[in-house]
Design a protein around this ligand. Structure first.
Ligand code: BG6
Length: 486
């Protein structure tokens, strides 16, 4: 029998993602009815109140056709709740009892713990779990970000977790790795022979990774103002995307092989320091504007005070190895931008010589666009002849080849990224989770940039909410004769 323990069970992530994801697994028969799902948080709820909260969280999914009322009721019956002050060691026994019944947890019972709590609670929580017998070899622990705010604090958290769990039990979550298209990127690169010979500086001029959001602070004032876009988005999601794009082919699709290749890329990132920060990075903070036709406040107004936190960042990064020599990786992310859009663009080189001559209009380099949001899709832009008669030359136009074949998989349910991640946590597969050395390489790169900003006194530039960020971010890429894919 298995139990799932959700820390932070009454929080936003739990309601929006974790409970619906577990329910999705239950509907698909991937979470046996015997699994106990124990929620815990500070709030003094009882089982009935927690189930009512969960019922509310599931309602839109049931209404959209995921399972039915009776399946939802059966799932709610698997839930229980234990209120816990994470710093009070005496409370963890009750949690163990809720997961395993009285007595010690039997070794054949696998327990998956999902921690989405404030970083300050990681240490006491790990101690409490270990003290209550919830850190044996049968336990796996999933850790949700933020795992620290720099290399030193992340190492402290990782040390605390490592004191009770081995690395093979630790599942560091980056929810971008659970996204369908991110996994499809691996299929594209390594299940096809076509791309690999071109996947290098010989054929690729640059790579763009954009994660643009239209939302603002969303009530996460305390967390976000202490973090900023670089730590909130680049340190994790964007560097993971970069690593998946840039890594060498792993020998197997296994946790060790894939993560070995990713960490090599992360360790090959050329540091951005005070000398290069001014030319290779741009930060911004949104000012009042309009998003989707609605007026919105500026960041400082939303926050209620002036702040030096960046809500936008653009970087020009390099992976210093043979494959990527001279290929810039442009990264940008921000809140309150013009559109919600996450994508990776692989921009190929011009053909070495145009046989069509200068008079022929329309010849453009190929592009591969991997879209994660709002639509999941992969498109290859190829040049084609415009149909019709021609005299003395042909007209060319880019056409898009739809590689993800959305329609071919139209009957497949679109899943929340956490469904894949929770399933892997419960079943013990680590490929889509981030290893300690990866996290630390990511922090080392980020800490260098922050140090550069501090030394240079680089402050975020204002940008109008609803725009694509400060104009300096446009200049960052246009200086190199390229432009963002807006
Ligand atoms: C989270 C960040 O990790 O990712 C948020 O903390 C951000 O600030 C979110 O909004 C974006 O995730 P997604 O899946 O909506 O692109």
């Amino acid at each position: 029998m298995t139990a799932v323990l959700l820390f932070g069970a009454t929080g936003d992530l739990s309601r929006r993602m974790l409970l619906p994801s577990l329910y999705g697994l239950a509907v698909d028969g991937l979470l046996p009815a015997t699994v106990r799902i124990v929620g815990t948080a500070r709030s003094s709820l009882d089982d009935a109140a927690f189930r009512a909260m969960a019922a509310e969280a599931l309602a839109p999914h049931v209404a959209a056709g995921l399972g039915d009322r009776s399946q939802a009721d059966a799932f709610l019956g698997q839930l229980s709740y234990v209120p816990l002050d994470a710093t009070d060691m005496s409370g963890y026994r009750r949690l163990a009892e809720a997961a395993c019944g009285t007595g010690d947890c039997p070794e054949d019972q696998s327990i998956s713990i999902f921690l989405s709590t404030a970083p300050s609670l990681f240490k006491p929580t790990i101690q409490g779990l270990a003290g209550a017998g919830l850190a044996g070899p049968n336990v796996r622990i999933g850790l949700e970000k933020p795992l620290g705010s720099d290399l030193a604090s992340s190492a402290e958290i990782n040390d605390a977790v490592a004191a009770a769990f081995t690395e093979s039990q630790i599942f560091r979550i980056d929810h971008y790795l659970g996204k369908e298209t991110v996994q499809n990127l691996l299929a594209l690169r390594f299940a096809n022979v076509l791309f690999e010979p071109l996947w290098r500086s010989d054929a690729i001029s640059h790579v763009q990774i954009t994660v643009a959001e239209t939302v603002g602070l969303e009530g996460r004032v305390d967390f976000y103002d202490g973090a900023g876009a670089l730590r909130d988005m680049v340190q994790n999601h964007m560097l993971q995307l970069l690593a998946l794009v840039a890594m060498e082919p792993p020998s197997h699709f296994t946790a060790t092989a894939v993560r070995d290749e990713k960490v090599k890329v992360l360790n090959s990132l050329r540091p951005i320091d005070s000398r290069s920060a001014a030319t290779h990075s741009v930060t911004g903070q949104y000012a009042a504007g309009a998003v989707g036709g609605q007026p919105v406040k500026g960041y400082a107004d939303e926050l209620g005070r002036a702040s030096g936190t960046e809500t936008f960042v653009a970087l020009k990064a390099h992976v210093d190895n043979w494959r990527w020599k001279g290929v810039p990786f442009y990264l940008r992310t921000g809140k309150r931008l013009a559109a919600r859009k996450s994508e990776i663009l692989i921009a190929f080189n011009d053909v070495p010589h145009s046989i069509f001559g200068d008079s022929v209009k329309g010849l453009q380099p190929n592009r591969l666009l991997i879209s994660l949001q709002p639509q999941e899709n992969i498109q290859l832009q190829l040049m084609s002849k415009v149909p019709g008669l021609s005299r003395g030359g042909i007209s060319l136009r880019p056409v898009e080849l739809d590689i993800a074949a959305k329609d071919a998989f139209a009957d497949t349910r679109r899943r929340i990224a956490y469904e894949q991640l929770l399933l892997n946590l419960i079943e013990g597969r680590q490929t889509l989770f981030v290893r300690r050395d990866e996290v630390e390489a990511q922090w080392a790169f980020i800490d260098g940039i922050r140090k550069g900003w501090a030394e240079n006194g680089q402050e975020p530039r204002p940008y109008t909410a609803g725009s694509w960020g400060p104009s300096a971010a446009i200049a960052l890429i246009e200086r190199d004769n390229a432009s963002w894919n807006d």
